[in-house]
Design a protein around this ligand. Structure first.
Ligand code: IMP
Ligand code: MG
Length: 167
């Protein structure tokens, strides 16, 4: 395993992003939607550093099959809380093609939230070719398949405390 982002680098950056979110959403009704399963570790570390009152919910879609992006996105698990009259921040593990974030943004728009923004741990959109953008990005990374800190390869490696590339 080649380590791309260390545990310490993640911790430092997550604290910075959490501070920024706390400033940007001061006095605003914010619901953080954690996109399962990839964002669980990132979201857990992020939300405990957010210093303003927030609601937390989760949502699950499935799109990746055998480490390949698929066009058939389906809802696996839906929200519990209403999101109208709330600002929504989607927290996901990675922005790759952007299909997932585009699907999610379109999906949640139908429920009339006050706003929808996106926050990702990793962003492969260095060349601006993705069909979605992230409002908050912890790390831009090259176009390689990465695992760890929530990200999987065939459901393994999610428990690694760092981001790595399998060698
Ligand atoms: P997108 O729809 O192509 O942007 O892909 C988003 C989803 O695909 C992410 O939420 C991940 O679950 C998964 N994914 C994309 N790239 C990687 C990777 O390098 N490692 C692990 N999962 C990935
Ligand atoms: Mg995902």
């Amino acid at each position: 395993m080649k380590i791309l982002v260390t545990e310490k680098q993640i911790e430092t950056r997550v604290i910075e992003i959490a501070k920024q979110i706390s400033i940007d959403y001061t006095d605003k009704p914010l619901t953080i939607i954690v996109i399962l399963n990839g964002a669980i570790l990132f979201a857990a570390d992020l939300i405990k550093r957010i210093s303003i009152p927030i609601q937390i919910d989760s949502f699950a879609i499935s799109s990746y099959v055998n480490d390949k992006s698929s066009d058939n996105i389906t809802v696996r698990s839906n929200l519990k809380l209403p999101i109208n009259n709330r600002h929504i921040l989607l927290v996901d593990d990675i922005l790759d093609t952007g299909k997932s974030l585009q699907y999610l943004t379109n999906y949640f728009t139908k429920f009339n939230p006050l706003s929808i923004k996106t926050c990702v741990l990793l962003n492969k959109n260095i060349e601006n070719k993705c069909i979605a953008t992230a409002d908050y990005t912890c790390f831009y990374i090259p176009n390689k398949y990465v695992v760890g800190y929530g990200l999987d390869s065939n459901e393994y490696y999610r428990n690694l405390p760092y981001i790595g590339v399998i060698e």
